[in-house]
Design a protein around this ligand. Sequence first.
Ligand code: GLA
Ligand code: ZN
Length: 672
Amino acid sequence: MNKRPLFLALGGFVHGGDYNPEQWLDRPDILEEDIRMMKKAGINEATIGVFSWSMLEPEEGRYDLSWLEKTADRLYENGIYFILATPSGARPAWLDEKYPEARRVNVNGDRELHGVRHNHCMSSPKFRELVRDIDGRLAQKFAHHPGLIAWHISNEFGGECYCDSCKRRFRQYLSDKFGGDIDKLNHAWWNTFWSHRFNGFEQIDPPMSHGEFSSMGLTLEWKRFTTFITNEFMKEEIRTVRSFNPDIPVTANFMTMYEGLDYRVMAKSLDVISWDSYPRFHNDYESFYDTMIYNAFCHAQMRSMKKDRPFLLMESTPSLVNWHEVNRPKRPGVHMLSSLQAVAAGSDSVQYFQWRKGRGSFEQYHGAVVDHIGTDDTRVFKDVEALGKTLVKLAPVAGTVIRTKAAIIYDWDTKWSLSIVKAFSHDTVRYDDICIKWYKMLAKSGVECDIISSEDDMADYSLVIAPQMYMLGEGTASRLRAFVQNGGVLVATYMCGYVDSDQLCWLGGFPGDGLSELFGLRAEEIDAYYPSQTNSVRFSDGGSCTVTDYAEILRDVSADVLARYGDDFYAGTAAVTEKAFGQGRAIYVAARLEESGMERIIDRALSQAGIERKALPENVAYYRRSGDGVNYGFYLNYSDVPVQLPDACTDIISGEKVTQLAPYGVIVITEE
Ligand code: GLA
Ligand code: ZN
């Protein structure tokens, strides 16, 4: 495995973030000071141009790229590279005034007024033309600038538009999808129900607040369409900037498990995955360990979209944000820890929103490297400076990747369907949380896993976990069968394979599409519990654990029974099963078990899959990045108390032999 840092010019990690000098053009002293302080903090990258349209084109057809050019040159002359954003994330007032079609129509059917950001219509031909124009001008000037290392397309794509143009495109999308045959759509959406049959595609409206909300098929296709049209918009921007220099990589900053877009679709058009990470550190509803695990899952999910190369942590805060319910600064040590967690998880960067706090407006109190006080001796600045030095020491790690034999299936289609479906218990489906829980069980065993789609190739893995895999799209069942046949260990849970990709229930018992054969069982009913109700399971090799929220009642079980229900009218029936199939094994977990039960299953599945557990002290996480025959092991302390390490080891960061991890501490070692 050869390693290749994402940006050779930087010779290691990217350390930088969003920089908006256009807010300070009347303060040349501050712009000077920025450069001095960036160098002091070990900053080697600045992300510029995000939301700069009104300063790049103050009036239609009047352009001023000079300040940006000066910025780019000044950065480059000082050894700081730049990632240049296209400005489509926010529109100038003149544009909205003259071309109202650029503004979104909301779910109530009202055209929005000018303001805020991230709210343009994705399909408007006029808006696309204006974006092409400004992107082209930027690319013409900067595509060959020696300081440019990547394009940052727009900003945090998201949201939906219900204008006439988007409606037209939606109908066309549906017609294409169903081959122009409205009866195919009527069947797929089960439209004979409630007399919902359509005579033609032109009768279909998106799911709006005063319209249709009861059609599962419509709601799902609208979500898929939103990804489709956003992706089309993004691809057009990419085409424009690439046409000036195909060698500059493009990225778009994602928001991890954001509900509104299937990032896997968009990832295909990007060279590099990047994302914006803002966990709620130091909250009062979960342990610090769990906050770190949540963030670790996000990193894994983003990384797994392009496994052969590192990703970028495009945004994070060096201190706090301004939009959590309670905005708490990171405690001493946490900036280093959270940044090195990203690095350990496969990022080749630590980047911030933002370099300097603005004086006014919506984000004036959002954390930044430089605060309103303006000095380089603040706690936060010193944290950033220390991290800058650490990243330099870790430079050889850049370009290495994570190789793992374990994966969790996480699908937007299932996530969407589980949010649309009228069934189960409304508050407890919690698809994201449950996927993260399984991730946590692996992490506690010292096993980092990939987060994949059910459409991905599984040949690289020996263990695949499919939590609540409600939708079985085309080919998934046969892929999973082949995976187990060839020796893989598959763990699936309740709510597996209820519907096909149109959300029509599989007939003949769940899990459908032949998967019941693989698991050797059929689920006949699913029991849901109110919060104060529980069941239990007893494992055949001793021990028991509590069941909350869901318990499926199984029948026709030909698999080995590993655990049975303890209570209720189905007491004594199978709750956890395992079946040998081909050279592998298919484990089925019919109930939502407490963590101790999940842990038992993970233990068993890991040993059957031949994946070695790593004994870790409590609250410690482990990662391994590899490349060029070298492995780097990361140990991270997700707690505020020191932890004794099992063996002394030589830490690359401090250069010393260490026997314990400091509170929130991190060590990096070279491994076999
Ligand atoms: C997002 C945006 C940034 C900024 C930060 C604040 O990630 O991309 O422009 O608003 O949030 O946390
Ligand atoms: Zn629109």
